[in-house]
Design a protein around this ligand. Sequence first.
Ligand SMILES: O=C(O)CCC(=O)C(=O)O
Ligand SMILES: [Fe+2]
Length: 324
Amino acid sequence: MGSVENRLYDQEIHKIIIPEEVRQNGKATNEIIAEGISFLHRDGIVVLENAIDTAHLDTLNALLSKEALEIAQDPDHHFNFGKETRNMDQAPPPRKDLMFKDVWCNPFAAAILAGVLGPRPVVHYANGNTALKATGRQPVHSDCEFKHPNFLFAMVVNVNLVDTSSENGATEFWLGSHHCSTSAEHAGDATVEEMFEIKKEHIETRRKHSPPIQTTTKKGSLIIRDLRLWHAGMPNKTDDPRVMLAFVVEPAWYQGKGLVKLPKSVKELVESWDDELQFAADWVDEVDHKKIRSTDTSFDTDNIQLNKYREELLYRPAYIPATF
Ligand SMILES: O=C(O)CCC(=O)C(=O)O
Ligand SMILES: [Fe+2]
C-alpha cells in the first residue's frame, strides 16, 4: 500500500434510509443502531434519510424562513464567521405546538447517540444556522474552539428544513477528520475565528487524499456528526433561506456546561422525552428564540476529573503518529 498522500480516497457520506413503516413506528432497530454507530465511528458523520415527518419540517420552514429575513435586519444579530457569509444563528421556536418530537428528540438519532455517548445523552444546545443568499463561504473549522479531549465527547444533530445541495448551501464536510482533530490543529488564539479554524497546512495535506464533500440531502433527513469533524458553511446561491437546525448532544457523564433556554410551559413535554434524550435546560418564563446566540454557550465540561486531567487528555499518545 502506498502512503496515504499518494492515493485519492473516493469517500461518500453514508446514508441510512429509514423504511416508512419503521419511521411511523418510531422505534430504532438494532440494524439501524449498528449501522449508525459504525459509520459515525468511521467517518465522523452519518445521514438518516426519512427520519422526520416532512409535514413538520414544512410547518417550521414556513415560519422560520419568514423570520429569517426579519432576524437578518437586526443589527445586533450574530453572523457566523463574518457578515459576508450571511450565515446566521436561527433557533427553533420552543413552543409546545411546534416542538415536534421527531425534530427535537428524534428516536432514531437518540438510539444511535445512546450507542456512542452512553445512556440517556443530554442535549445542551438547540439553535440553528440559516444560510441566506451569499457568495462568501466559511473557513474550514471544527466547532471545538476550546481545549477539548482527544476522544468523542459531543455530537451534533443537524436538521435541514428543505432539500439541500451545493445550490442552496449544503454544508461542506471533511470525512474522517475527527480522527486527527485535536486542539493542536486549530489555527491559533488571536481571534475567536482562529480558535475554530483549522491550520491551512493540515487542510491542504488532507485535501490530497480525502477532499471535502458537499452532499445532497432530502427533506426529512437528519445529519449526525462528531463535534470534532472539520466542516464549513457554504454559500447559498438561491433566494430562499436554507434553515438548518442544530442540536448538540453530550454524554450524561461529561457534565457539559451548555444550557438550552426553554420556557416552563414546555417542561412537561420535554421531560416526557427523558428516557431517550435529556435536556440540560435553563427554565425561564419566556424565551425569544430570535435572540438565541451561539456565542452565549460552551461545549466544554464541568466534570472535575476531566478538568483535572485536561492537559493529558488533549492529544493523541506520542506513539500514534499524526496523519492529516
Ligand atoms: O450552516 C452551515 O452549513 C454550517 C455552519 C457552521 O458550521 C457554523 O456556523 O459553525
Ligand atoms: Fe461549524
